[in-house]
Write a protein of this length. Sequence first.
Length: 110
Amino acid sequence: MNGETIADFFEKFRTDRLIEQLNAWNVGDLHSSPWFIGIFIAVILITYMIGWRAISAVVAGLGGFILTISLTLAKGTGTEGLEGGGLYIIVIGGAVAVMLFIYLLFIKTE
C-alpha cells in the first residue's frame, strides 16, 4: 500500500460524501417509519426479557444513534438545519441514547 491508495480510501469518508450517501439511502425517513421503530423496540424488549442486558444496551445505543442521525438528516444539515433546532436534536438525541445505553448496561441489574 502506498500513500495514494490510503488517501483514496479516506477520501470516501469526507463529510459531504457521507451526507450524500446517507440521503441516497433515505436515512432521514427512518424516524417516521413504523416498521423500523417497531422492530427496534421489539428487539430491545425481547433481548431485555431474555436477560441479554449487554445486547439490549448495544441495540438501544445503536438504534438511538441511527434515530438521531435520521432526525438530523430530516431536519437538514449545515447551518440552516442547526439554526432551525437541528443542534438540539443532535445533542438531546445523543444524550438520551447514551443514558439509555448506560442504564441498560451498568445500572439496571436484577
